[in-house]
Design a protein. Sequence first.
Lengths: 70, 204
Amino acid sequence: MASNAAVPFWRAAGMTYITYSNICANLVRKCLKEPFKAESINREKVHFSLSKWADGKPQKPVLRSDAPEV
Amino acid sequence: MFRQASRLLSRSVSAAASSRSTTNRAFSTEVPSTIDSTFVESWKKVAPNMDPPQTPSSFMKPRPSTASSIPTKLTVNFVLPYASELSGKEVDMVIIPATTGQMGVLPGHVPTIAELKPGIMSVHEGTDIKKYFVSSGFAFLHANSVADIIAVEAVPLENIDASQVQKGLAEFTQKLASATTDLEKAEAQIGVEVHSAMNAALSG
């Protein structure tokens, strides 16, 4: 099924919409004035532990705790 | 999975053949929340002491139906992932930064789904104009003059720091010139677009 619409440049470069949208949001957050900037970066912090499973047992967990990067 | 494939394929082919060129589906705002009576009856036969399960639509407040005449006000729902900026606010007009350009939305606007680009969104209520800089998102305009606007990040213009915007613009223009891979070029170009939009928003 060929699409007639022109592909946006980020889609042509292999990026998904979510990645594009998150990059835009991060750039806007970086350009905020001080109290708002700290609040927004704080709000977007993630903290999670990820472990892959093999043979029915969890392997060593990967712990990610950081502010999102562009 | 493959056992069902032939059944599903034949079903879709026969449906396409039997239906007209377009399947007439009502918009989600027009379908009244109906409870399927045959399902409820069969449920009562099987489990008479249990209430039939609720569906998501039974929890939703029904949306206003499409009026026959154009309403006077537009109802705006403007939401962010972390907050609901405007919820059911009645306004005169909203101007959204769609990828196809600044789009003015009045009550009775044709139903549209618009992807937003980084830019200014302004909400007009009488003489009151509130502007937000939106990073990206979507706007769903419904037939019943309800506008759902979703954005990842939206800030009032006063919260943007002009000097950082200039710095960012210079940095990304330079990155764009020196980028090698497609992905780097795309990222740099996104940077240039977002910063120039912020620049234009602050100065315009």
